[in-house]
Write a protein of this length. Structure first.
Lengths: 159, 157
C-alpha cells in the first residue's frame, strides 16, 4: 500500500485530529493532536497498514518556543516496507501524553528514558520510574535549560 | 654501613620483583577494552613485561587498569574496587576518557578517574595504540622500581 494512500485514509478517518502533513526531505511527517495519539497509532498498527513495529520514540526540547516539547514516534510497516514519523506537540505546563506500552513492549523502556531525560509524564505506563540516572539526581539532563557543566556526583570527588 | 647496603639492595630487589609481577584487574567500560585486549593478547603480549596475569578479583591484583569512560553512576563501583585491592597497588588510567573524561564533558561523566582514585600512570589516546600502552607500562615499572617499598601501609588519601 502506498504511503500517500495511508495518509489519505487517515485524513478521512481522523480529519480534525491531524494538524498537518508536512514533507521533509521526501518523508511525510504526521502532526497530530495529543488526545488522539492512541487511536491513530492503533489504527496504523492494524491491517492493512500494519505499522506493527515501533522503531523509536523520543522527545525534542524547543526551548523558547510554545509549545516547548515535541514527542517523535517512528513506526515501521514490515509488509509495506514503509516508515512513518508521527509528532505530537506538548506544552511545558501540561507535560503529559498517553503511554504506548500497552501496544508495544519496547515502548516501556523508551518512555522511561524520555521520562528520565525530559520529565514527560506517560499516562497508563505500567512502571514509570527512571532508567538511566541514579537516585537523587535532580533535574532533567537533556532539557536545554539544564546547565552544561552541572555535575551531581554520588560520592565525594577528590581535589 | 653493611646494614645500609643490605636495606638498599633489599629495597631494589623488592621493587624489581614487584614491577615484574603486576597482576592486573581490567576495569573495562568502553571501547578502550578492544585496545586492552590486543595489548594483552598474543600480538603485543604485555606478558613480556611481566603483566601477564589477569585477575578478575580486585583482592588478588596489584594494578587496576581503568579502561574507558567512568560515569557518575559507576563512580562508587570503581572506588569500591580500588578499596578492595590489597597494597601495594597501582592504577593505570587507560585512554583519554579515564585520563580526563575526554570528549564527554557532560552531566553523566566523571572528568578523569583521578577524581575518584589516585592514578599512577596516564596513557592518552582515543583509544591508545598498544605501543603507547606498553610505553606507559614501562614508565609505571620504572616508577615502581624507584619507589620506596613500603611494608606498613599508610592510609592513602
Amino acid at each position: 500500500m502506498e504511503k500517500k494512500k495511508v495518509i489519505e485514509e487517515l485524513k478521512q478517518k481522523f480529519s480534525e485530529k491531524i494538524k498537518g502533513v508536512p514533507v521533509q526531505l521526501g518523508d511525510e511527517i504526521l502532526l497530530i493532536e495529543r488526545d488522539s495519539l492512541l487511536d491513530i497509532v492503533q489504527f496504523l498498527k492494524d491491517k492493512p497498514y500494519s505499522y506493527s513495529m515501533l522503531l523509536d520514540l523520543t522527545c525534542v526540547d524547543y526551548k523558547g518556543q510554545e509549545p516547548r516539547f515535541e514527542m517523535v514516534y517512528h513506526l515501521y510497516s514490515i509488509p509495506n516496507v514503509q516508515r512513518l514519523r508521527i509528532k505530537v506537540s506538548l506544552s511545558e505546563k501540561d507535560l503529559r501524553i498517553d503511554s504506548l506500552a500497552s501496544l508495544w513492549k519496547n515502548a516501556n523502556w523508551l518512555e522511561r528514558e524520555v521520562f528520565d531525560m525530559f520529565g514527560v509524564d506517560f499516562k497508563g505506563h505500567p512502571d514509570l520510574k527512571r532508567i538511566f540516572m541514579y537516585d537523587g539526581f535532580e533535574g532533567y539532563p537533556l532539557r536545554k535549560d539544564y546547565p552544561l557543566r552541572k555535575r551531581q556526583p554520588r560520592i565525594q570527588l577528590r581535589k | 654501613m653493611i646494614g645500609n647496603f643490605v636495606t638498599t639492595r633489599f629495597n631494589y630487589i623488592l621493587g624489581w620483583a614487584r614491577k615484574y609481577s603486576l597482576f592486573h584487574y581490567p576495569f573495562i567500560t568502553a571501547c578502550c577494552g578492544m585496545e586492552y585486549m590486543s595489548t594483552a593478547a598474543s600480538h603485543f603480549d604485555w606478558d613480556r613485561f611481566g603483566t601477564g596475569w589477569t585477575r578478575f578479583s580486585p583482592r588478588q591484583s596489584d594494578m587496576l587498569v581503568v579502561c574507558g569512560t567512568i560515569s557518575h553512576k559507576l563512580a562508587p563501583v570503581l572506588r569500591t574496587v580500588y578499596d578492595q585491592m590489597t597494597e601495594p597497588k597501582w592504577v593505570m588510567a587507560f585512554g583519554t576518557c579515564a585520563v580526563s573524561g575526554g570528549i564527554y564533558d557532560n552531566y553523566a561523566v566523571v572528568q578523569g578517574s583521578d577524581r575518584i582514585i589516585p592514578v599512577d600512570v596516564y596513557i592518552p589516546g582515543c583509544p591508545p595504540r598498544p605501543e603507547t600502552v606498553l610505553d606507559g607500562l614501562i614508565k609505571l615499572q620504572e616508577k615502581i622500581q624507584k619507589q620506596e617499598q613500603e611494608w606498613r601501609w599508610k592510609k592513602r588519601k
